[in-house]
Ligand binder design. Structure first.
Ligand code: AP5
Length: 190
């Protein structure tokens, strides 16, 4: 299965991606996690991404696209993958289309996590207190929410038109959301 998970910052994409990936035995590929790993290792990619991430802005498409293409060419994605937090722009949608076409494969489902913005801002402020992620200050959290609303939320219309979009209510406990995800993916009884 080839899946995307979309949703505003704090909607639980990463949390649910890990659960779904385990259930289906597929790699969960988070562009945010790859960037953070590169920042931690102080690679050239990490140095480039860091200033955008700190500001709550998107890393430029050409950088992100190349990174995703490389990752999707790794052997563990042959039988399926779950992309978390990519694509986020129209150019990324088009690029992903071209990479999948090159590989002769297609997406099976696009999950959109539907949440209340104030609730997820609260989740991220709580994470800030626990983990200290540099982009979890209130100002940057709100900028990330605005960027999602203007740049990324409109992309769901593209996938709806293709008949791929499934909306999942992201409110409630992690387990409640996971059960809805499983139902949305037709795996509730597994
Ligand atoms: P990324 O790491 O993807 O950050 P994000 O989109 O802001 O999302 P988060 O990781 O903050 O939230 P999430 O929805 O994954 O929720 P999570 O499960 O973590 O990207 C970071 C940055 O990298 C971007 O700002 C950008 O600069 C760059 N970037 C990444 N992809 C890019 C792209 N494609 N193009 C350009 N730039 C890109 O949960 C959040 C918190 O809530 C956690 O503490 C969790 O424990 C908690 N939680 C989860 N579910 C629940 C629940 N049901 N109830 C209560 N708490 C919950």
């Amino acid at each position: 299965m080839r899946l995307l998970i979309m949703g505003p910052p704090g909607s639980g994409k990463g949390t649910q991606a890990a659960i779904v990936a385990k259930r289906f035995g597929m790699p969960a590929i988070s562009t945010g996690d790859i960037f953070r790993a590169n920042v931690a290792e102080d690679t050239p990619l990490g140095r480039e991404a860091d200033r955008y991430m700190r500001a709550g802005e998107y890393v430029p498409d050409e950088v992100t696209n190349q990174m995703v293409r490389d990752r999707l060419n790794e052997a563990d994605t042959t039988d399926g993958f779950l992309l978390d937090g990519y694509p986020r722009t129209v150019a990324q949608v088009e690029f992903l289309d071209s990479v999948l076409a090159e590989q002769g494969v297609a997406l099976d489902r696009v999950i959109e996590m539907v949440v209340d913005v104030e609730e997820v801002v609260g989740r991220l402020l709580a994470r800030a207190a626990e983990e200290g992620r540099v982009d979890d200050t209130e100002e940057v959290i709100r900028r990330r929410q605005r960027l999602y609303a203007t740049q990324t939320a409109p992309l769901t219309a593209v996938y709806r038109e293709r008949g791929l979009l499934v909306q999942v209510d992201g409110m409630g406990t992690v387990d409640e959301v996971a059960a809805r995800m499983a139902a949305a993916l037709g795996a509730a009884d597994e």
